[in-house]
Design a protein around this ligand. Structure first.
Ligand SMILES: [Fe+2]
Length: 289
């Protein structure tokens, strides 16, 4: 497997601050890695969430070959852990449940480093469950934690694990790959049972893994991972660029079809975001007439 783990770029690479920033991250983050709850950090996160609430984003796509309209919710990067408060999780749950999704899509990074924190997400998964299905994929933080216990809790609440595999829901083929950097993504396996002309929705935690589609085009691909940069300058430029292909947030037209990248819900490393507002995607797929 090629090493994809060191591909992040720092915005200040060209002015020699990279070693300093890396050192500061190590020193500052070490206590967080071993601390499942930090009340002061969660209070900061809660305060920001009240001042600048999560943004529900509506996405509409006409899909050839689809037999009926479908409502999907894509929710990613919940990051239950020391720097994500309960307020933003509640806002995400409320937005998703109000949309009454046929399918709930969970886009990975359920925790920060402690797998047990996934327990905080049980009520959300139950409350927002899709009427037809709830599907869950892996993110890099689920690989840092113990992925089996994380996924087990989601499965207990009704989710179906989707990893290098596909499912058919009302004629829509939904395919997903494992995490791009710390899992074993296999696009060929994910697409093995998807006919060439079938309506296809592609799920990947890391938007860079859209390359796993190979020569296929999806009606829509959904991704998270980037947090929209998480800590950005006022011009939207992130301090740490989390994607090699430049798919930071929003909608992109790619050679593999349209891609929408969510900024996700929770926080890591620091209990706040700047110029990278949390969101969930409310996706309407309509049959192309
Ligand atoms: Fe994340």
């Amino acid at each position: 497997m090629p090493d994809r783990r060191r591909k992040s770029r720092l915005a200040f690479d060209n002015v020699g601050l990279k070693p300093l920033i890396r050192k500061a991250r190590l020193v500052l983050l070490d206590p967080l890695h071993s601390n499942p709850r930090l009340p002061w950090a969660q209070a900061i996160n809660d305060a920001q969430s009240r001042l600048q609430p999560l943004q529900p984003i509506h996405v509409q796509v006409d899909v050839a070959g689809l037999s009926r309209a479908l409502r999907l919710v894509w929710m990613s990067d919940l990051h239950a852990g020391p720097t994500t408060g309960d307020v933003i999780i509640e806002q995400a749950a409320r937005a998703a449940a109000a949309f009454e999704p046929h399918v709930l899509l969970l886009g990975g990074d359920y925790v920060y480093y402690d797998a047990h924190a996934v327990e905080r997400l049980r009520p959300l998964v139950r409350r927002c469950a899709g009427s037809l299905a709830t599907l869950a994929i892996y993110g890099n933080h689920d690989c840092y934690a113990k992925r089996t216990p994380v996924m087990s809790v989601l499965v207990e609440e009704g989710a179906v694990e989707l990893c290098n595999a596909s499912r058919v829901i009302e004629g829509l083929h939904v395919a997903a790959v494992d995490d791009y950097a710390f899992g074993e993504p296999d696009g060929a396996a994910a697409l093995r049972d998807v006919p060439a002309d079938a309506p296809l929705l592609f799920m990947t935690h890391n938007p860079d893994a859209i390359v796993e589609l190979g020569t296929r085009r999806a009606a829509l691909s959904l991704a998270g991972h980037t947090h929209g940069g998480h800590v950005c300058l006022p011009n939207g430029r992130p301090l740490l660029m989390p994607t090699q292909l430049g798919y930071l947030a929003g909608r992109y037209e790619t050679r593999w079809g349209p891609l929408v990248v969510s900024r996700g819900v929770g926080s890591i490393d620091v209990p706040f975001r700047t110029f990278a507002r949390p969101d969930v995607l409310l996706v309407e797929l309509r049959p192309l007439r």
